[in-house]
Design a protein around this ligand. Structure first.
Ligand code: HEC
Length: 117
């Protein structure tokens, strides 16, 4: 029964993995920053699900749009979220995923959006 053999092998692998659980975990592989224009646009796309396409909140959304807000206001909010200094349901977690340089690039990006159109 080849299927059974494969299943047994899988369990053996899992068991071996369990036995190694005391070893220190490997260092996390953080994604490298990409602050090129295309890289910043990709990062900004992560915000669209909640804040709207191109930082413009969908009609009726309870979330604020980001486009065209002053850069300093955006960066202050993001920095305070990251440092746990601004009340949040989720932005405090999300902001921690970005370096300070990335947050600055995002603030720049959204602040410009209002002006370029
Ligand atoms: C899963 C939904 C979600 C995503 C994705 C998301 N946000 Fe938010 N954002 C929120 C919510 C909800 C708030 C209100 C604070 C809170 O409850 O965390 C908020 C608040 C903010 C604020 C403060 C706005 C204000 O008017 O005070 C800024 C700035 C902001 N987000 C920027 C971003 C940026 C930049 C990204 C992408 C890197 C992003 N958000 C991604 C949900 C999201």
């Amino acid at each position: 029964m080849p299927g059974f053999a494969r299943l047994t092998a899988t369990f053996a692998t899992l068991a071996a993995g369990g036995a190694l659980a005391a070893d220190p975990p490997p260092a996390p592989a953080f994604a490298a920053s990409n602050l090129s224009p295309a890289g910043v646009r990709s990062m900004a796309a992560n915000c669209a699900a909640c804040h709207g396409t191109n930082g413009r909140a969908a009609p009726g959304s309870t979330l604020s749009g980001l486009a065209g807000k002053p850069r300093d206001e955006l960066l202050l909010a993001l920095t305070q979220f990251k440092q746990g200094q601004r009340p949040a349901t989720l932005m405090h977690q999300l902001a921690k995923g970005y370096t300070d340089e990335e947050l600055a690039a995002l603030a720049d990006h959204f602040a410009r959006q209002g002006r370029d159109r």
